[in-house]
Design a protein around this ligand. Structure first.
Ligand SMILES: [Zn+2]
Length: 301
């Protein structure tokens, strides 16, 4: 049985708009999403924070999509993390991975910053939208590599939407994730220009989202505080989770796309396939591969 309190504090996203119609605001709690990413990919602390922010930020950006449209964020750079990828859709499915799960930085010199994990590089944002044959893709140079500043810059640069964004992953002394979450406030087209600056200033002094969650503040309260003193009305809320649509059948279908020769080479051993996105292992047995080989052979004739 899940207690009422546990239910209330499950990972969730809430969307709202200020009553004057000037700003939209989204708040997401991603504590279990980030814990799950850390566990599935055996992430170092550096990666837990960077990928955790990216998963949180991608979910906030996906809040404006429809149905099962998707957004994918990919950061590549010269730092030890090399590459991270996060993907989300509006129904609350989030997944992602990093190229080098054990990457770390030495912060003992007091000068090293989190952003050096990814380092100099680029951010690619891809949107897979309904009614568009090809994904919509934008590429910008990384601003700081800390994810938060890069996404805020992307919003202004590529989408021309003045945006304030906070992404936080809390880590305790044992190296465990305490809480994680984020908030995004965006100016609506007809809102006066100076209003977003006020709000950006207000959010600069805002506590880290993980600290508010550690204080047992609920996402509703955080949404109200984020745009205070403007009253805000809720538009919708949805549960979010680390979720990947991979399956044994999908991997088998992918195997069937290999050439007859490639398949013949692997049929004596069976194959263990691993999903990049979620770290799930699938053991495809010898006889299953044989069956695929036979089908491939039949195609040749
Ligand atoms: Zn998967």
């Amino acid at each position: 049985m899940i207690s009422k309190k546990d239910f209330k504090f499950k990972d969730r996203m809430i969307k709202g708009i200020t009553e004057d119609g000037h700003f939209r605001v989204s708040v997401v709690k991603t504590t279990d999403v980030v814990k799950s990413a850390k566990e599935r990919h055996n992430l170092s602390l550096l990666n837990t924070v960077l990928l955790g922010r990216a998963l949180t930020g991608t979910m906030l950006m996906a809040s404006e999509l429809k149905g099962e449209e998707r957004i994918q964020l990919r950061m590549e750079g010269k730092g030890p993390v090399k590459m991270l990828l996060a993907e989300a859709n509006q129904v609350g499915e989030i997944r992602g991975y990093v190229a080098n799960p054990q990457a770390h930085l030495d912060f003992s010199d007091g000068e090293t910053s989190l952003g050096q994990g990814i380092g100099l590089g680029v951010l690619t944002v891809k949107k897979i939208l309904y009614n568009e044959a090809d994904p919509r893709t934008s590429v910008i140079e990384l601003r700081k590599g800390n994810v938060t500043d890069d996404l805020a810059y992307y919003m202004v640069q590529s989408e021309q939407i003045p945006t304030a964004i906070l992404l936080n992953v809390g880590i305790d002394e044992e190296g465990e994730v305490t809480q994680a979450g984020g908030v995004m406030v965006q100016k609506m087209p007809d809102a006066p220009e100076e209003r977003i600056i006020e709000l950006q200033e207000h959010l600069k002094d805002f506590p880290a989202i993980n600290e508010l969650l550690e204080d047992e503040q609920y996402i509703d309260e955080i949404m109200q505080k984020a745009v205070a003193p403007n009253p805000v009305k809720e538009l919708n809320r949805t549960p979010v989770h680390f979720f990947c649509r991979c399956s044994r059948d999908r991997f088998k279908d992918a195997l069937a796309l290999l050439s007859y020769d490639e398949l013949r080479d692997m049929k004596d051993e069976g194959q263990e396939l691993v999903c990049h996105y979620c770290g799930e292992h699938y053991q495809i047995e010898k006889d299953e591969i044989e069956e695929i080989v036979e089908q491939a052979h039949a195609r040749l004739n």
